[in-house]
Design a protein around this ligand. Sequence first.
Ligand code: KIV
Ligand code: ZN
Length: 551
Amino acid sequence: MHKNPSKKYRPFPPVALPDRQWPDRVLTRAPVWCSVDLRDGNQALAVPMNVSQKLELFQTLVKIGFKEIEVGFPSASNTEFTFNRRLIEEDRAPGDVWLQVLVQAREDLIERTVESLAGAKRAIIHLYNSTSPAQRRIVFGLSKREIIQVAVRGATWIKERLPRLKGTEVMLQYSPESFSGTEVEFAKEVSEAVMDIWRPTPKRKMILNLPDTVEVAMPNVYADQIEWVCRNIKNRDSLIISVHTHNDRNTGVAATELGLLAGAERVEGTLFGNGERTGNLDIVTVALNLYQHGIDPKLDFAELNSIIEVYERCTGMTVPPRQPYAGELVFTAFSGSHQDAIRKGLNEWKNDRRKNWDVPYLTIDPADIGREYREVIRVNSQSGKGGVAYLLESQFGIELPKEMQREFGPIANEEVDRLGREVTATELKQMFWREYVERATPWQLKKFETESKNGVVRCRAKLLRDGKTVEISGEGNGPLAALVHGFGKIGVPRFEIMAYSEHALSSGEEAAAIAYIQIKLANGRTRWGAGVDTNIELASVRAVVSALNRS
Ligand code: KIV
Ligand code: ZN
């Protein structure tokens, strides 16, 4: 890479639009959607789709609810011509679906394209030619005037052939390809020249598609370009302004959404962003983004998983695991604190469905698109104390006191780090047991008895200290106070009990209670201990011994 990239690359010139309106607008309804999934067989896929794959994908697009579907480039290959013919002759397109065909401004290609449409109920003929300075100079070697002539000739050849499509309702579409790299004034000029030929009216509009063929700037610049055209082009009310974004800078979705704010009414894109190079706009994302804001997207993704399955089978592409809404991992929570928050949010939602959806970390209810929220229960070296505690609680009903979580969290993390891998919930519990419950050195409890008289509790305990039997006795206002007293009598450095809690362990082999005790040593340091026993008094005594063993 260059140390000084400005020697090789230049900034993108902004559009002069100081009173831009789009930043203050909000989206309130779905645009007209046009799928271009079937077009790019030759451009986009390593192995282009065959006719039967295209037919299957077409049916899926219809089922999702697309009313405009670009079926390809019929003049470019036999596959695409045959595919279009089969759709028409086998009457596969419902009456309200427009079949869109793409064609360059060449007479022979236009002729074949019109031929491919004979008998269609509704068709959009999409003409394009490239208009940016780089394309004009490098690819075509044409002046602005000559580029306009290319567009005008193409538009005229199409117009001349329209009488051949009697019985077909035809809509016309023009794209100044590489629009976002074109001077806005020139894009307007060439588009208006096409409009002069096609003569759209408010009743019989034409589509003016303004593609972000190659993303060359930030999405706000694209929005400015769209707003500039919407405000300056003649006969705006005879046009349906359409956006068609790509993803070279990974902002196709943002560019489309801002383009809609800027005045566009129609969106071209593909399922999951398939398309040449970095792909086309991902329509699923934009549609579900609208849905997330309570706007009916007019596309049905209730069975997203089966749509993914058809898409992957037909195109040979895969949906990445982090793809918004569709990726395998987007409704999966790994972190304990996320899982905890999501559970609380889901519980609130289940208890009162009149409220709006407001579940932390889940922008929409996965069930709405046929998916499921999933928790992956595991701990890695980065899991916080909350995650560790959540796992112990959710899997084994072990409710660590908050302060004890702070002690055990780093111990668990260190152990996971040492192992160099994630650990399961069972392994985590084993760690806890080893660290607290099973500690048997230097002290091991063998026997503990109490008797109580006049509010004074006396205890007698038999313990092993480094394998040797030690008997202690003590008294206090409860069994633990008596035990502490007994330890003091045999010269164990003074300690006091700071915190105590206990609860029953839900079930399983323990069928017991667990007690947690925090002790404070003479040097001011604190230690937690835990003990498990079917007898709650013994559980707490074991917890004191556990804490002492850890001091
Ligand atoms: O990206 C693009 O410019 C296109 C045009 C043909 C509309 O796909
Ligand atoms: Zn494109």
